[in-house]
Design a protein around this ligand. Structure first.
Ligand SMILES: N[C@@H](CCC(=O)N[C@@H](CS)C(=O)NCC(=O)O)C(=O)O
Length: 273
């Protein structure tokens, strides 16, 4: 009697244990998945040669931080034309990354660097894979580098104390009035391409990339930072856009932007020549 009474009790206990084990397993399984998602494998540091006051450099510095790429930065100020730098990068341009996977070991041009890193690490959030969406990001970046940036450079480089390109009035020994005329003409020319970013590329969305900033947005936001040196009156949308970009990217944007803004503040605090 005692034996037979024990059997069903043992069965019940085993059943209960199995139930508990099932519950525990069921509870534990999603926990493991959540943990794996929360801690993705750390991406290797990106070796980046950069100049702090430059918005071309700010672009990659912001992107690397926003993408969690943990850039290992080297300040190249005063070194871009050294024999050692020129041997690696005959264009003497920063930003420049070093990566063993690259055929020549280095890569310059801010947009190409962001495209490469986004491709390499599958960062579709910043650079969509779908051909049509990607084409819009590429178009916005090429339009910026080919059309908007030359105007921004001609309008701001004299005030920033940066050298201008050979063949331009600002680079020549023309009369200061002529240089000033050229600078003002460039400043006036900014409005048209700037509006194209708003009306065409953003097209009612918060960012060129949609609801989230893309690499084209990082390139545009950084570029517009320089305009503060000439007190350019940005349209309301552009001020709101830059604020939204900084809010979305947080410290990743604010830290490199601080270097550019600091340089501009320094330049503006100097007595005019
Ligand atoms: N289009 C290039 C422009 C790069 C560029 O002009 N870099 C300048 C700083 S803003 C530079 O490194 N100059 C140093 C030199 O020419 O020696 C980009 O977007 O990366």
């Amino acid at each position: 009697m005692a034996k037979s009474a024990k059997k069903p009790a043992a069965k019940a206990a085993a059943k209960a244990a199995a139930k508990t084990a099932a519950k525990v397993t069921a509870k534990a399984a999603p926990k493991v998945t959540v943990k794996a998602k929360a801690k993705p494998a750390k991406k290797p540091a990106v070796k980046l040669s950069m100049l702090r006051p430059s918005v071309n450099n700010m672009t990659v510095r912001v992107f690397a931080r926003a993408a969690g790429l943990d850039p290992a930065e080297t300040d190249a100020w005063g070194h871009t034309r050294s024999p050692e730098f020129l041997a690696r990068n005959p264009a003497h341009l920063t930003p420049m990354i070093e990566d063993k996977g690259l055929p020549r070991g280095v890569l310059w041009e801010s947009c190409a660097i962001m495209q490469y890193l986004a491709n390499k690490h599958g960062l579709e959030k910043f650079y969509p894979k779908a051909p049509a969406k990607r084409a819009m990001i590429d178009s916005a970046m090429f339009y910026l580098v080919g059309t908007l940036y030359p105007y921004v450079a001609r309008a701001t480089y004299p005030a920033l104390g940066f050298p201008q390109y050979a063949g331009e009035v600002g680079h020549s020994d023309a009369h200061p009035d002529k240089k000033s005329e050229a600078q003002k003409a460039a400043m006036a020319a900014i409005a048209e391409p700037l509006e194209v970013f708003h009306s065409f590329f953003r097209n009612g969305k918060p960012f060129i990339g949609g609801n989230n900033p893309s690499i084209a947005d990082i390139r545009l936001g950084a570029t517009l930072e320089f305009l503060a040196v000439v007190d350019y009156a940005l349209p309301k949308w552009a001020k709101e856009y830059m604020a939204a970009l900084e809010k979305k990217l947080g410290k990743a944007y604010a830290e490199p932007a601080g270097d550019v803004r600091g340089y501009i503040a320094h330049v503006k605090s100097q007595p005019r020549a």
